[in-house]
Design a protein around this ligand. Structure first.
Ligand SMILES: CC(C)(COP(=O)(O)OP(=O)(O)OC[C@H]1O[C@@H](n2cnc3c(N)ncnc32)[C@H](O)[C@@H]1OP(=O)(O)O)[C@@H](O)C(=O)NCCC(=O)NCCS
Length: 128
């Protein structure tokens, strides 16, 4: 069921691919997933807070607004379910993702030093 997602994830994160069963486990653990041919996003709502677990767009389909559109869908789902804030973490050196989140109204709230193989994680939040 999640094989296409596994392939798409590999295109987006070649150094840290997730398997189809990783996605199945996320779903079982209460995460929600939107996936299309070119993009996916995984998020979780707990009480009045949500977390974006991952987001990716196929390299050939980037810079077309797909990630923005997926974030907007998630935001409206979270709001509908009573969520007040969305959190996420992004590697300090991941400029495209950091710009994506900033453009969509996320602000830095902290840093986890050396979180990703020696790279700092930037913690971000959006108040809905
Ligand atoms: C980050 C990622 C999801 C963006 O997807 P996308 O569909 O290309 O993003 P969008 O087209 O919706 O771009 C929205 C905004 O993000 C920013 N952005 C996206 N790609 C960018 C890039 N290469 N450089 C700088 N800013 C970028 C821009 O502000 C852009 O707005 P603009 O087009 O008006 O300038 C995509 O690059 C990706 O899959 N990267 C690999 C996986 C990854 O790092 N995921 C995030 C993990 S935290």
């Amino acid at each position: 069921m999640y094989t296409e997602l596994e392939n798409l994830h590999k295109s987006c994160f070649p150094n840290k691919p997730w398997s189809a069963s990783d996605f199945a486990d996320l779903k079982k653990s209460g995460c929600d997933i939107i996936a299309s041919q070119n993009g996916f996003i995984v998020w979780r709502v707990v009480a009045d807070e949500a977390e974006i677990i991952t987001i990716g767009v196929h390299p050939d389909a980037r810079k077309n607004g797909i990630a923005c559109a997926m974030l907007t869908l998630v935001e409206s789902d979270v709001k509908k379910r009573g969520g007040k804030k969305i959190f996420l973490e992004v590697a300090e050196n991941n400029i495209p993702a950091r710009r994506l989140y900033e453009t969509n109204g996320y602000s830095q709230i902290g840093i986890r030093p050396k979180y990703y193989d020696g790279i700092d994680a930037i913690m971000m939040e959006k108040v809905l």
